[in-house]
Design a protein. Structure first.
Length: 147
């Protein structure tokens, strides 16, 4: 069992990386493929805040120094369609809209997994598929309750 009190606090770099990666996931959940570095870089340059490939990689991984360019962070938030303060606020709270979108993303991913499994398991009887679904749902509920 993990003792959360013993875990080191999340660094500002890691919090920013988590937020950026959530935005990339949300972008994808809205039906588009994740934006490429090139697309993001071109948009940032057009807004007057150039973004190098290495800086983007550090921002996404949480390694290196913290990105403190407020204008760049605001422009990234605009690009992803979230409140400008989202990337500037160092708190761990996720805005309500982002949280709702993440819940939707989770449901969509679960549905995709279920649909994939159903396609792969076409030769099984409906009863066997229903039992498999019940086992998966029970496991997901148990995992959700444990987190």
């Amino acid at each position: 069992m993990t003792d959360n009190a013993a875990e080191p606090p999340e660094s500002p770099q890691a919090r920013l990386a988590r937020k950026i990666n959530l935005l990339l996931d949300l972008y994808e959940s809205q039906g588009a493929k994740p934006p490429s570095y090139r697309e993001i870089s071109e948009n940032m340059s057009a807004l007057g805040t150039p973004l190098s490939r290495s800086r983007w990689a550090y921002m996404r991984s949480g390694d290196g120094s913290l990105a403190t360019d407020d204008e760049l962070l605001q422009n990234l938030a605009i690009f992803f369609g979230v409140d400008r303060r989202y990337l500037l606020d160092d708190s761990t709270e996720v805005p309500e809209m982002v949280e709702a979108q993440l819940d939707l993303l989770k449901s969509m991913r679960e549905a995709r997994v279920r649909n994939f499994a159903a396609r792969q398991l076409q030769e099984l009887s409906p009863e066997t598929l229903a039992r498999l679904r019940d086992v998966i749902n029970t496991r997901v509920r148990r995992d959700d309750e444990g987190s």
